[in-house]
Write a protein that binds this ligand. Structure first.
Ligand SMILES: Nc1ncnc2c1ncn2[C@@H]1O[C@H](COP(=O)(O)OP(=O)(O)O)[C@@H](O)[C@H]1O
Ligand SMILES: [Mg+2]
Length: 314
């Protein structure tokens, strides 16, 4: 099966800086694909190229086989974009907003009415359709933003950080909506810097940092890491007064069993298949262990393992 979204060497430079280096990625029809990365990773730039609003510096993006540059009209018709910055008009009601977006997509008459009713229902705004949008909460505005991206029933729905600044109820509504749309056959590209969201929602994930994809796969594949089994994060606090040389030796020994990072006298190793092997390695380096903690690897740990820095600090 060919992918609904194909990126081939897609990149964007701003001045001398590559905001996106050269992405290769396939998103299959019917999956929820997550693009996870800290602020500045290049998620919005990538989405903007897919949406046809930023011209690529190199490479290609195709939606449903249509190149976003050379077949822009057809590519756009297959793509619904829900931008990170709200794209709705505060002075208009939801219905008036959707009139406006419907016209952009070339919808009118009975088709527009039918799509409007559907999108308002999906967004949970059917009973608020004629109230001024400026009176809405952040979460309601986010949901209207989503309705606007859905109006033309795109095959590919692209959501850029759709839960930033929303209340838990709207967040749950957005999640439920995405799952229902996928059950209905829609393909979803979801960007976020919240690893919990991506872990809960997405079938496959690409982890981005500094304009590059540093890892990609299904959630179980990413969490398994090198070991191929359910992996752990191991934190080891070293005992007593140990010098930098000894800590360095312990870190090097631990690094044979996973990505190892040091924070003061604590070593953090992930992904780890055998805790016993890590303990033996550290003690074998001549350093005593004062305390040891383990927890199941999450996407945060995967990010750390691939980049050497934390997703949260990003
Ligand atoms: N219009 C622009 N002009 C110059 N630099 C930009 C522009 N848009 C984004 N960048 C830079 O490109 C990098 C990636 O940004 P962005 O795609 O917004 O990342 P993300 O959405 O993952 O936070 C950042 O360093 C950002 O400052
Ligand atoms: Mg962004």
């Amino acid at each position: 099966m060919t992918a609904l979204l194909e990126l081939r060497g897609l990149g964007k430079d701003y001045g001398a800086r590559a905001a996106v280096a050269a992405l290769d990625l396939d998103v299959a029809e019917g999956e929820i694909f997550g693009l996870l990365g800290p602020n500045g990773a290049g998620k919005t730039t990538t989405i903007s190229m897919i949406a046809g609003v930023v011209a690529p510096s190199r490479g290609h993006a195709r939606v449903a086989g249509h190149d976003v540059v050379t077949a822009a009209f057809a590519a756009r018709a297959a793509t619904g974009v829900v931008p990170q910055d709200l794209a709705i008009y505060d002075e208009l009601t939801p219905r008036e907003n959707l009139d406006f977006f419907g016209a952009l997509y070339g919808l009118s008459g009975a088709t527009l009415r039918e799509r409007q009713a559907w999108a308002l229902g999906v967004a949970g705004l059917a009973d608020r359709a004629d109230e001024p949008t400026k009176t809405f909460s952040g979460g309601m505005k986010r949901r209207l933003n989503l309705a606007a991206g859905l109006l033309h029933r795109p095959r590919l729905l692209v959501l850029d950080e759709p839960t930033v600044g929303v209340d838990p109820q709207s967040r749950k509504h957005i999640f439920d909506t995405i799952r229902a749309l996928r059950a209905d056959g829609m393909t979803v590209l979801y960007t976020s810097h919240y690893m919990e969201e991506v872990q809960a929602l997405c079938d496959r994930v690409a982890i981005m940092d500094g304009g590059r994809i540093v890892a990609h796969g299904t959630i179980p594949e990413l969490l398994a890491g090198r070991a191929g089994a359910a992996a752990l994060v191991v934190e080891i606090e070293l005992a007593g007064v140990v010098g930098d040389d000894a800590i360095g030796a312990a870190l090097a020994a631990a690094a044979a069993h996973g990505e190892a990072a040091r924070d003061g006298r604590t070593l953090r190793i992930t992904p780890v298949a055998s805790v016993g092997a890590v303990i033996a390695a550290v003690e074998g380096a001549g350093v005593a262990i004062a305390a040891l903690r383990t927890h199941a690897a999450d996407l945060e740990a995967v990010f750390l393992a691939h980049t050497g820095h934390s997703l949260r600090d990003g």
